[in-house]
Design a protein around this ligand. Structure first.
Ligand SMILES: CSC[C@H]1O[C@@H](n2cnc3c(O)ncnc32)[C@H](O)[C@@H]1O
Ligand code: ZN
Length: 436
């Protein structure tokens, strides 16, 4: 058998249905796909590889999937800290966005985000931001994978004047990225409090018609739910259900407020939850009941949220936070174990984004989206269980090699598709402009 690349890592965490953790195995890659996963000795005998990469002391994992972010908000990192959600959003972030966000802002901010995520082992992200056509273009040019949000809010911005215009621009984006190897699109209405019934209903039917996911913030805080109940006599979850949005295409972000009935409804409809523990902690938004969701059979993915509320796009760090917080919230050290957290950051993310046939695990036939993490640092030694070191001790600087569709986008910790100094210079110009 001929392969373009053979990777021999000391450990491989497949995240396949059996959660196989392999030692001394190799992965053969051809045409951007995982061609074979087999014992290294057998690979040496049966595979003629153009290149073989030896990775002693490394663990190889599927590319990490950041299932909720606002990539271009890297340019607003640290602008407004230590504030609760609604003060942060209405008094700081939205006025700043109204003033500064244009296509150039989104290009510079997305490039910075893509660079940060790739270096941290994130190979795919789910975005919700203005000028999505710009994010899509920047991401594809860097060889990264993304699900780009066709955004929708009731209020006018420089990007679009009305819900009709947001939807028309979304449809144009969908058309443009039909059959693209790296970019897919999703409907991304911002939240129940910022989008009214008519446009939400249109999103539900268009999502069904086009076969694309729906990405929305939901029940982020107790205030959000209480205010909706006061104003409309209905919880936002019930409203979305009535409007046809709760179903297998839904990736609902945050969900810090959930009744048992709502959890059962998520499980029964096959909807996904995207947990953003660090954003929830920083904005003091509340706690997503991850252990209860997992127990009920709900697909739970992991996201960083934007860099203005986290303040990084470090999914490896988010995995550790999710595990620790999940145990604290459940009152059980056995809750949200390391293997489950790795699933949340990979295959569950892929499922939430409708991409699980293509990415999320290391299995022959899937795209070669792979990450090698060097565990030979002092703080990840000795190694009894590589997954424990990965989730509880490793830092993102230990991500050394990253491939997307078989193309190496990070080599020895450095980007191959983006120019670090240029991306930083561009971000600093924006920082000076906004900071005055
Ligand atoms: C319509 S583009 C996305 C919109 O969402 C804002 N945003 C960023 N983080 C959050 C969050 O945690 N909750 C609600 N809204 C958020 C972002 O600033 C954009 O305006
Ligand atoms: Zn968000």
């Amino acid at each position: 058998m001929h392969a373009e690349l053979l990777i021999h890592a000391e450990w491989i965490l497949t995240v396949d249905p059996e959660d196989r953790q392999l030692t001394d195995h190799a992965i053969a890659i051809a045409d951007g796909r995982i061609q074979a996963l087999l014992p290294y000795e057998e690979a040496r005998r049966t595979i003629q590889a153009e290149q073989t990469l030896e990775l002693p002391g490394h663990v190889l994992i599927p590319g990490l999937i950041n299932a909720h972010t606002h990539a271009a908000m890297t340019l607003l990192r640290g602008l407004a800290d230590d504030l609760p959600l609604m003060t942060w959003l209405y008094q700081h972030i939205w006025p700043t966005e109204q003033r500064w966000v244009d296509a150039d802002f989104v290009a510079a901010g997305t490039r910075l985000a893509v660079l940060e995520m790739l270096r941290g082992g994130v190979t795919c992200y789910n975005d919700m931001y203005f000028y999505p056509e710009v994010s899509a273009q920047v991401t594809a040019a860097a060889g990264m994978r993304a699900l780009i949000g066709m955004i929708l809010v009731d209020f006018p911005t420089r990007y679009a004047a009305s819900p009709d215009e947001y939807i028309a621009k979304g449809l144009a984006l969908h058309e443009c990225y039909r059959d693209h190897p790296l970019i897919r699109v999703a409907w991304a209405p911002h939240a129940p409090y910022s989008v009214s019934d008519g446009p939400l209903q249109r999103v539900a039917s268009l999502a069904h018609e086009l076969g694309v996911p729906i990405h929305i913030h939901l029940h982020e805080t107790r205030d959000e739910v209480e205010q909706a109940v006061q104003a409309r006599g209905e919880r936002p979850f019930a409203r979305l259900d009535r409007l046809g949005l709760i179903g297998p295409a839904l990736a609902a972000v945050h969900l810090t407020q959930l009744t048992d009935t709502e959890i059962a409804r998520l499980a029964e409809t096959g909807a996904s939850v995207v947990h953003c523990p660090e954003s929830n902690l920083k904005l003091a938004s509340g706690f997503c009941p991850v252990a209860r969701l997992l127990e009920a059979g709900v697909n739970v993915a992991l996201g960083t949220d934007g860099a203005a509320s986290n303040n990084d796009l470090n999914l490896l760090g988010e995995m550790r936070t999710a595990a620790l917080l999940g145990k604290g919230v459940a009152g059980s050290a056995a809750a949200v174990p390391a293997t489950e957290v790795l699933r949340m950051a990979t295959i569950n993310g892929a499922r939430a984004l409708g991409l699980d046939a293509e990415i999320g695990s290391i299995e022959p036939g899937k795209s070669a989206d792979l990450v090698a993490v060097d565990l030979r640092d002092p703080h990840t030694q000795p190694i009894y269980h590589p997954i424990s070191q990965l989730v509880y001790a490793a830092g993102r600087h230990q991500v050394r090699q990253v491939w997307i569709r078989g193309r190496q986008v990070i080599r020895d910790g450095a980007p191959t598709t983006l120019h670090l100094a240029e991306v930083l210079a561009e971000a600093q110009i924006w920082g000076r402009r906004i900071g005055g």
